[in-house]
Design a protein around this ligand. Structure first.
Ligand SMILES: Nc1ncnc2c1ncn2[C@@H]1O[C@H](COP(=O)(O)OP(=O)(O)O)[C@@H](O)[C@H]1O
Ligand SMILES: [Mg+2]
Length: 248
C-alpha cells in the first residue's frame, strides 16, 4: 500500500452532543484528512446535521472536542473563532440565498462583510466565483426565484467559496435536484476540490454521490460511528453494498 503523510483537517474526539437530556452522539471520534471528500451518512434523524453543526460553530458539544486545523474550535477566544470561521465555507441544505438580493449581490455578501476590498475588486471576485461554479455571466442579475434548483445550489456554493475557505461543508447538497443536476453538482465538487485543494465535508443520503465522489465516510447509527472508512473498505464488510446502502 502507498504510504503518505496524512494531515487531519478535522478531528472529532470523544464527542457527545445532546438537546436537553436527549443524547444524539455518544462519545464518538473520527478524523477527516486534508483534501478528502468526506461524507456523514446515517438514517433520517441519526444526527448528521447536528454533527455538522458542531463543526461550523452552530451547536456546542456536551462533551469532547471538535478540532479543526489543529484547534479545538469550542475553546477559542472570540477573535480566534472569527479567524477560524473564515476558513470554513458552508452551503446549507436549502441554499439560503437572500431573495431580495440578486445572484451577484448574494455572492458579494461575505466579501463585503469580511474584507476591506474595493467595491470593484469585490465585484470581480464575485464574477470569478460565479464562473468557477459553472454559471454564465448573465446569471449575475437574476434573483433567486428566477433560478432552477441546481442554479440555486451553485450560487450558494459560490457564496460559500467566496472567502477561499480551506474546508467546505455541505448539508444534503444534491437533495431536491433531478438526477442529472445532482451528478453535475458532484462533478463540480470534485473539480473544485482538485482546483482549490480544499477538503469537503458533506451530509448526504444520495448513494450515487457516495459511490461517485466520496473518498471516505462515517455512518452514524444508534448514537455511535457504526463505520468509518472508504467504500472499498465497506465492500469487504457487507454482503451486498447496494442492499446495505439502501438500508441506511
Ligand atoms: N434544535 C433541536 N432541538 C431539539 N431536537 C433537535 C434539534 N435539532 C435536531 N433535533 C433532533 O435531533 C435528532 C437528530 O437530528 P438531525 O441532526 O437533524 O438528524 P439528521 O440530519 O441525521 O436527519 C432528531 O431526532 C431531531 O429531531
Ligand atoms: Mg439533516
Amino acid at each position: 500500500m502507498e504510504s503518505k503523510i496524512t494531515e487531519s483537517v478535522v478531528e472529532v474526539r470523544n464527542l457527545t452532543t445532546s438537546y436537553k437530556e436527549r443524547i444524539i452522539q455518544d462519545n464518538i471520534s473520527f478524523r477527516i484528512y486534508k483534501g478528502e471528500i468526506f461524507a456523514l451518512l446515517g438514517g433520517s434523524g441519526s444526527g448528521k446535521s447536528t454533527l455538522l453543526n458542531t463543526m461550523i460553530f452552530l451547536k456546542a458539544p456536551t462533551h469532547g472536542e471538535v478540532r479543526i486545523l489543529g484547534k479545538n474550535i469550542w475553546s477559542l477566544s472570540p477573535e480566534a473563532a472569527l479567524e477560524m470561521k473564515l476558513n470554513l465555507g458552508v452551503l446549507f441544505q436549502f441554499g439560503a440565498l437572500f431573495s431580495s438580493l440578486n445572484v451577484l449581490e448574494n455572492i458579494m455578501l461575505p466579501l463585503r462583510e469580511y474584507t476591506h476590498f474595493s467595491q470593484k475588486n469585490i465585484q470581480e471576485l464575485a464574477f470569478m466565483w460565479l464562473m468557477r461554479v459553472g454559471l454564465k455571466k448573465e446569471v449575475a442579475n437574476l434573483y433567486p426565484n428566477e433560478l432552477s434548483g441546481g442554479m440555486v445550489k451553485r450560487v450558494g456554493l459560490a457564496r460559500a467559496l467566496a472567502l477561499s475557505p480551506k474546508i467546505l461543508f455541505l448539508d444534503e447538497p444534491t437533495s431536491g435536484l433531478d438526477p442529472s443536476s445532482a451528478r453535475h453538482f458532484d462533478t463540480l465538487i470534485t473539480q473544485l476540490r482538485g482546483l482549490l485543494g480544499i477538503s469537503v465535508v458533506m451530509v448526504t443520503h444520495d448513494m450515487e454521490s457516495v459511490k461517485g465522489v466520496v473518498d471516505r465516510m462515517i455512518i452514524l447509527k444508534d448514537k455511535k460511528v457504526f463505520f468509518e472508512g472508504s467504500l472499498a473498505n465497506l465492500k469487504t464488510q457487507v454482503e451486498s453494498l447496494d442492499v446495505f446502502l439502501e438500508q441506511i
